[in-house]
Structures are given as C-alpha cells and as structure tokens.
Design a protein around this ligand. Structure first.
Ligand SMILES: *[C@@H]1O[C@H](CO)[C@@H](O)[C@H](O)[C@H]1NC(C)=O
Ligand SMILES: *[C@@H]1O[C@H](CO)[C@@H](O)[C@H](O)[C@H]1NC(C)=O
Ligand SMILES: *[C@@H]1O[C@H](CO)[C@@H](O)[C@H](O)[C@H]1NC(C)=O
Ligand SMILES: *[C@@H]1O[C@H](CO)[C@@H](O)[C@H](O)[C@H]1NC(C)=O
Ligand SMILES: *[C@@H]1O[C@H](CO)[C@@H](O)[C@H](O)[C@H]1NC(C)=O
Length: 190
C-alpha cells in the first residue's frame, strides 16, 4: 500500500474500511503487481490498481469469490451510480468452457439477454482478460478514466444465473448495495 493510503487509513479507518485490508497480500498471474488495493465492502471482492497520471489510465485487477459456474462483474458508472449507466466488465464461463470477459453497457433495469453483449464502453479499454482460480474470478483490464477524473463511481456484481448463455439477473440484499465511489489517486472509498 502507498504511504498516502496508509496515512488515510490510520486517521479514517472507521469511515473507510481500511482496517481490514486483507487484499494487500493477494498475488496475480504473470507476476502482475498493483500499487494499491481496496477490500470492497460487499460480495467478497477487492480491487487492485495502478494509476498512471501521465495519461489518465488505470490497470485494474478485480478479484471476487464465486463458484466456477457463476459470473462476476465490475463496472465504472461515468455519469451516474449503480447499474443504470454502468460500463461493465463481465467474467463468466463461455460456451467453449474457457473464462470469457465481455465489456457491456447497462442502460436500464429492463435488460434483455440480447443486451448482454460484448461492445465498446464509453471510455477506452486497452486490454482485458479474466481467469478463474482457487475459488476466485479475477478480471484484469487497462482503461482510460472517464474525464481523466481519478474519482469514479464503481459498481460490482455476482450471480449464478444466466439466460441464453450470458450473465442475467442477480439477487437483492448485498447485491443491491455493492457500489461505491473510489478515488484511484488516494484509494478512498465513500
Ligand atoms: C501480509 O503479509 C505480511 C508479511 O508476510 C504479514 O505480516 C501481514 O500480516 C499480511 N497481511 C495480511 C492482511 O494478511
Ligand atoms: C464473504 O462475505 C461474507 C459477508 O461479508 C462473510 O460472512 C463470509 O465469511 C465471506 N466468505 C469468505 C469465504 O470470505
Ligand atoms: C500510460 O502510461 C503508463 C505509464 O507511463 C504506460 O505504461 C502505459 O503504456 C500508458 N498507456 C497508454 C494507453 O498510453
Ligand atoms: C490527466 O490528469 C493528470 C493529472 O491531473 C494530468 O497530469 C494529465 O496530463 C491528464 N492527462 C490527460 C490525457 O488529460
Ligand atoms: C469499438 O471501438 C473501436 C476502437 O475505437 C472501433 O474501431 C470500433 O469500430 C468500435 N466498434 C463499434 C461496434 O462501435
């Protein structure tokens, strides 16, 4: 963790979930390293990232507990919060059995299976891949932060339901609460 993040955690631990940063010792395939991480407050998930101020991009690794027959998603919502407007990375078992990652925009709660397709997001995505290992999905991506703003609304999801072979539907409860703003510079969640 960066010194700045540790400083914030010491003084703001009650507010910002810093006390239990169980993400710090996570390791990644291909010796990928991330300077920052945050344990997310719902759905047994964490986000790891490197922020590149020179070009306003981040490399992220989103890791979440899930059965191998389920799916996980992590998204930035550039102009809103929650699901409507989310620009998502979806990891799930593809038809060939290998882990597939789609980039998909969600424009309403009335999503049809045909809307859950691989498409461009509203911001640039330079790379994306996903893997499943030891009970966890990990989504790796490099993307441009919308408006070159380090503070973004993020949302994440997990479920085991599908329709027409694509992720479709999720439970309520914690699955409705799994969103937060995140500052990729300071690591602060809100
Ligand atoms: C991370 O690893 C260090 C060194 O092994 C250890 O001291 C620390 O307790 C670990 N942190 C967590 C949150 O597991
Ligand atoms: C997942 O998160 C729930 C709720 O925070 C917690 O009760 C449970 O122990 C976690 N499971 C694992 C395997 O970490
Ligand atoms: C952004 O900057 C980083 C760090 O300098 C560099 O590694 C990366 O290739 C750049 N990405 C793009 C898309 O230019
Ligand atoms: C993004 O913001 C950083 C920090 O303010 C700045 O240094 C950089 O030039 C900006 N990059 C782009 C591509 O606008
Ligand atoms: C997706 O973005 C790429 C790169 O900007 C572009 O070449 C391609 O035409 C876009 N695809 C669609 C379906 O808009």
């Amino acid at each position: 963790m960066k010194p700045a993040v540790i400083f914030l955690c010491l003084f703001l631990s009650a507010l910002h979930h810093c006390a239990a940063q169980s993400c710090v010792n996570d390791t990644f395939s291909g010796d990928k390293l991330y300077a920052s991480c945050s344990s997310l407050p719902y759905l047994n998930a964490s986000l790891h990232w490197n922020y590149h101020p020179s070009n306003g991009t981040v490399d992220v690794a989103y890791r979440a507990l899930q059965t191998s027959d389920g799916w996980v998603a992590w998204a930035i919502n550039p102009d809103g919060s929650g699901m409507i407007g989310a620009n998502a990375f979806l990891a799930f078992p593809g038809s060939n059995g290998a882990v597939t990652v789609y980039t998909t925009q969600f424009s309403s709660y009335g999503v049809q299976p045909s809307d859950v397709k691989d498409e461009n997001l509203t911001f640039a995505v330079y790379s994306r891949e996903s893997e499943y290992s030891d009970g966890y999905y990990t989504i790796y991506a490099t993307l441009e932060l919308p408006r070159n703003d380090t503070k973004q609304n993020t949302v994440w999801q997990a479920s085991t339901t599908f329709s027409d072979g694509v992720p479709y539907g999720h439970p309520s409860g914690d699955h409705y609460l799994s969103k937060t703003s995140l500052d990729f510079l300071t690591g602060q969640l809100e």
